[in-house]
Write a protein of this length. Structure first.
Lengths: 352, 364, 285
């Protein structure tokens, strides 16, 4: 009797241990973990993958709520790691020896490592990158070349953007300022943002609505209710496939470049599976599958040659070499900066 | 004199069923008129048509000579005391009584005065500020009547208002209702399935069955001179037999019951022919009990038998007597107490006069 | 025997205590403590009322709260006005199958998620949507009409979402009103309007108040409908709370906002109860 109990208990413990190590709880964006990739990964490694879709803010909020638990691998943008990490300690350092660095585009890996190094330890490696800029209907709103062109009175009621930080930063650049340079000087940053606030309030009567979700914006553009908006590049390209007039345009003052990364939550329990996943999805052929699903390119070396011609053509149309060179990559956001932006956004929303 | 209420060939049809069929009657001013009938006979339908909640299919309703067709309920000079009284639970007693006066647009002081007066008349002065659910059953009853009477209607309709009360209270309220009616001197139209309520209070009673009036008359008429078998059976208690006519002799007939008992009776209404099927009714209190055949000499019906059951009920005690052919006859014992010692199985003789027996040709 | 009864009592009590403790008491205590924390530096906090100071110091927050409260009250009133005849019809006039069918109709929207319901309204109200097209087709409008992204759209969404919660308590209280009482109202000389005012509404008051409390709280705490149907000016208090928690990572201020919402909505409900002379026991019991 006693023996069976002991055996049963050991069995239960070992089973639980196995199951934990085997299941990768992935906190990521839509399209970053397509079904076919998960299937291949599960077949090859024996791990199982549980996907939770989210965005930057919710990822941080979720991990903060549990002190970095509940997930084994997260995919925040590289600029949103050091701030929350300093404040809430929700990630643990990456063991670079377990990452196959040869699969990464060197410059991107280096940049991400630099941006996410805290106390000498690297906290993230790059995965998917892209830009945000303008999606316009070239037949009706061809004059839009920069964020501030969204204030054109000719487009009254046909314009939409998000009331989020990329809008503030995009407008700041278009107004000839450099918000990234002011990141470390809260007073200067606040002053800069106040100018943006004035501009956004001035432009508010022309805005149809501040869009909240990607699907909502797609609907607005597709129905023609909105002809010019701030949006991600992939959204523009996706619509371009359906309606040739609509496309993504890199703004004159520069598209805003982001890199989504891999980071390990502080209380993650399946680091082995997490490293396996990173090394697996960074393979060029797997990365190409993710590019196909998400619409964005990855930091995987050599994945380009697997990407579809259509997407490559769209990318080249939107990004001539000069535009690529002009991409403004987000530097790490210092903790507390969101509070300044938050006040600005609240006041814009409340303005009449 | 114009009757307070007059119904002329009133009809009401619900789909395929005729709930009220060519009913005509008139109610004299200041009288207490009852409609008595089993549930489902159509009496409530008549009342709701008079109150205005139902539109008649045919016929006319006149109050003080004025036709009430197409007059909405709130414009009719009739008021109704509902079966469960329907006092407004959200108002106190004074507001309940004053409701109709407020609707009529009377000034406040006038309303207060009238409510006070009517409360005085129903013997409940000073309860105006009480909540409805603080009243006893009898008090509610009186308030419900006062609520209508304060409006001085031409006709007051009462829809079995005593049904929800317990027996003792019901007995008291019967008398009280009658005196209230006299005090207010208003025409009451009262609906009930309880014959004793109708018999005690009414000046005129209409017995209703299957949508038609069987008989309209005073309580005495209905009790002693029923015109139909239904009335004879419905009003009061009766011994009841089915039989055939054996012999017709002027105003008296001799009938034989299915069991073989011969009964002499006066002929009622239509003359009965020999051999016709008939129904025979005999009230238990019309039967004399005797130990001696000599005591019953004056009766043309005499039966001997044994006591098969004793039904003690104080003043209304009865016995069941089984006769030679096996019929059981219910007999009221005289209140003198001379048969108080009668026991089961004791031989008795009973007799009654043929005048006390009624019979009707069997219908259908 | 007695100890068994006591055991039964505690077993019955346990789920209630767990529910109260784990799901209501502890989270609220936690939120209260959180709202009293002030961030002074990276990862450093002190206890202060600073977050509440921010709420009262920034007119925007007060204004948004006021706006939310007024809009919620308005939504409640509109819901009541629409739901009352519906409930009256269901409770007093419809019979048998019609009645169940009508009840079901009120229930049907709740078989899909709130998100889908709201999207439904977006499809109907948008510039290229059904209503706009119908108006143009009928010649009542010359160009596309935008009915989305404004306060009226929020109101439509809130009323639609709240209908059932008003209809159910109203039907229950109206059902308990004896038909004879209504008839007595007419019989004693009342007109339709006065019967409604003096008899039906006073009787239905507990249902009206409990329905209104539920609808008011649902509207006040609604997030999806105002954010999706509302326009660029349509501030909603829950949106502020969401953005403090999720977008700004400012849980401390978000918690303070949450408590202000709890406190102020309780005050409004209490005030309404006092004003209508109802008590919570009467309306909820």
């Amino acid at each position: 009797m006693k023996n069976t109990m002991i055996i049963g208990a050991t069995l239960a413990v070992s089973l639980a241990g196995l199951a934990q190590a085997d299941t990768l709880r992935l906190l990521t964006w839509g399209g970053y973990a397509p079904e076919n990739v998960i299937e291949m990964f599960e077949k090859e490694t024996g791990h199982t993958v549980e996907v939770t879709l989210s965005n930057n803010e919710e990822m941080i909020a979720k991990l903060r709520a549990t002190g970095g638990g509940g997930f084994d691998l997260a995919q925040p943008s590289q600029d949103r790691i050091s701030g929350p990490q300093a404040e809430f300690g929700i990630y643990k350092p990456i063991d670079l020896s377990r990452i196959d660095a040869s699969q990464f585009i060197d410059s991107m890996l280096a940049a991400t490592k630099a941006n996410t190094t805290i106390d000498g330890a690297v906290h993230a490696v790059p995965h998917v990158w892209g830009t945000s800029g303008l999606v316009i209907d070239t037949a009706k709103a061809d004059m839009v070349r920069d964020y501030t062109d969204l204030c054109n009175a000719d487009l009254a009621g046909k314009v939409s953007y998000r009331l989020k930080r990329p809008t503030l930063i995009g407008f700041a650049f278009a107004m000839g300022m450099d918000p990234f340079a002011a990141y470390d000087d809260p007073a200067a940053y606040a002053e800069m943002m106040e100018k943006v606030e004035a501009k956004l309030i001035e432009c508010k009567p022309l805005v149809k609505t501040y869009w909240g979700g990607g699907d909502e914006l797609m609907g607005l553009l597709r129905s023609g209710e909105v002809t010019a908006s701030m949006a991600w590049d992939t959204g523009g390209w996706k619509l371009n496939g359906e309606m040739p007039d609509i496309t993504f345009v890199a703004p004159a003052s520069g598209a805003l470049g982001w890199i989504d990364t891999f980071a390990l939550p502080a209380k993650g329990q399946a680091d082995d599976a997490a490293y396996d996943w990173i090394n697996f999805v960074m393979r060029p052929e797997v990365s190409a599958m993710i590019t196909e699903a998400a619409g964005n390119f990855t930091a995987s070396k050599g994945a380009d040659q697997f990407a579809s011609d259509g997407l490559k053509a769209q990318f080249q149309a939107s990004f001539p070499q000069a535009a690529i060179d002009n991409i403004k990559w987000y530097p790490p956001v210092p903790a507390g900066l969101e509070a300044i932006e938050g006040g600005i956004l609240d006041r814009v929303k409340a303005a009449n | 004199m114009t009757p307070d209420l007059e119904c002329r060939t009133l009809c009401k049809r619900f789909g395929d069923t005729l709930a009220v069929q060519d009913v005509s009657f008139s109610v004299a001013p200041g009288s207490f008129f009852s409609i008595l009938g089993p549930s489902g006979c159509g009496k409530t339908t008549i009342m709701r048509m008079i109150a205005g909640f139902l539109e008649p299919t045919g016929g006319d309703i006149r109050i003080k000579g004025r036709s009430m067709l197409n007059v909405p309920p709130n414009k009719r000079p009739v008021n109704m005391v509902f079966q469960h009284l329907a006092l407004f639970p959200m108002m106190n007693v004074a507001d309940n009584i004053g409701y109709g006066l407020r609707r009529a647009g009377l000034p406040k002081s006038e309303i207060v005065r009238k409510v006070g007066e009517v409360l005085e008349r129903i013997g409940l002065p000073g309860i105006g500020s009480r909540r409805v659910d603080e009243l006893s059953g009898g008090q509610k009853q009186r308030v419900a009547i006062a609520r209508c009477m304060v409006l001085e209607p031409d006709v007051l309709l009462l829809d079995e208002p005593l049904g929800a009360l317990d027996l003792k209270l019901r007995e008291r309220m019967k008398i009280e209702l009658k005196s209230l009616q006299a005090a207010f001197d208003t025409t009451f139209v009262y609906i009930t399935h309880d014959q004793s309520e109708a018999l005690v209070m009414s000046d005129q009673i209409a017995v209703m069955n299957h949508g038609v009036f069987e008989q309209v008359g005073t309580a005495r008429d209905l009790y002693y001179r029923p015109e139909t078998a239904f009335v004879a059976g419905f009003v009061g208690d009766s011994n009841r037999w089915a039989g055939t006519v054996e012999q017709v002799d002027g105003s008296t007939v001799a009938l034989r019951t299915a069991e073989g008992l011969l009964i002499r009776s006066r002929a009622q209404g239509k003359a009965l022919a020999k051999g016709e099927a008939a129904e025979i009714f005999l009230r238990p209190e019309a039967i004399r009990v005797a130990r001696d055949a000599a005591d019953l000499a004056q009766f043309d019906n005499q039966v001997s038998g044994v006591v098969s059951s004793l039904l003690f009920n104080g003043a209304a005690s009865r016995i069941l007597v089984r006769d030679e052919v096996g019929e059981e006859i219910e007999v009221t014992l005289p209140q003198s107490g001379e048969f108080a010692t009668l026991s089961r199985g004791a031989p008795v003789r009973i007799g009654w006069s043929g005048d006390q027996t009624t019979c009707f040709a069997r219908q259908g | 025997m007695q100890s068994q009864a006591r055991l039964g009592f505690f077993l019955l009590l346990t789920p209630l205590l767990l529910w109260l403790g784990l799901l209501i008491l502890i989270p609220h205590v936690d939120m209260a403590l959180l709202s009293l924390r002030e961030r002074v530096g990276v990862g450093q906090y002190t206890t202060s009322l600073a977050n509440y100071g921010i709420f009262f110091g920034e007119p925007l927050y007060m204004w948004t709260f006021l706006r939310t409260a007024v809009m919620s009250v308005l939504a409640t009133v509109i819901t009541l006005i629409i739901a009352f005849p519906v409930a009256y019809y269901i409770a007093k006039m419809a019979r048998g199958r019609t009645r169940s069918a009508l009840f079901l109709l009120c229930l049907v929207p709740f078989w899909v998620s709130e998100l889908v319901r709201t999207f439904g309204w977006m499809i109907l109200l948008r510039e290229t949507g059904l209503f706009s097209s119908l108006l143009q087709w009928a010649g009542l409008a010359t160009g596309p009409v935008e009915m989305l992204y404004n306060d009226a759209a929020i109101m439509v969404g809130l009323v639609y979402t709240s209908m059932l919660f008003m209809v159910v308590p109203l039907v229950t209280t109206l059902e308990s009103l004896d038909d004879a009482v209504i008839e007595a109202g007419y019989d004693l000389g009342g007109s339709g309007l006065s019967v409604l005012r003096e008899i039906i509404i006073p009787h239905a008051m507990p249902g009206i108040v409990s329905g209104s409390i539920v609808v008011f709280m649902l509207s006040l705490g609604n997030y999806l409908t105002p954010t999706m149907l509302g326009g660029k000016d349509s501030l909603w208090f829950t949106e502020l709370i969401y953005s403090q928690f999720i977008v700004r990572f400012n849980w401390e201020l978000g918690a303070a906002f949450g408590f202000m919402l709890l406190f102020l909505s309780s005050v409004i409900v209490w005030g309404t109860l006092r004003l209508t002379g109802q008590t919570l026991e009467r309306t909820m019991g």
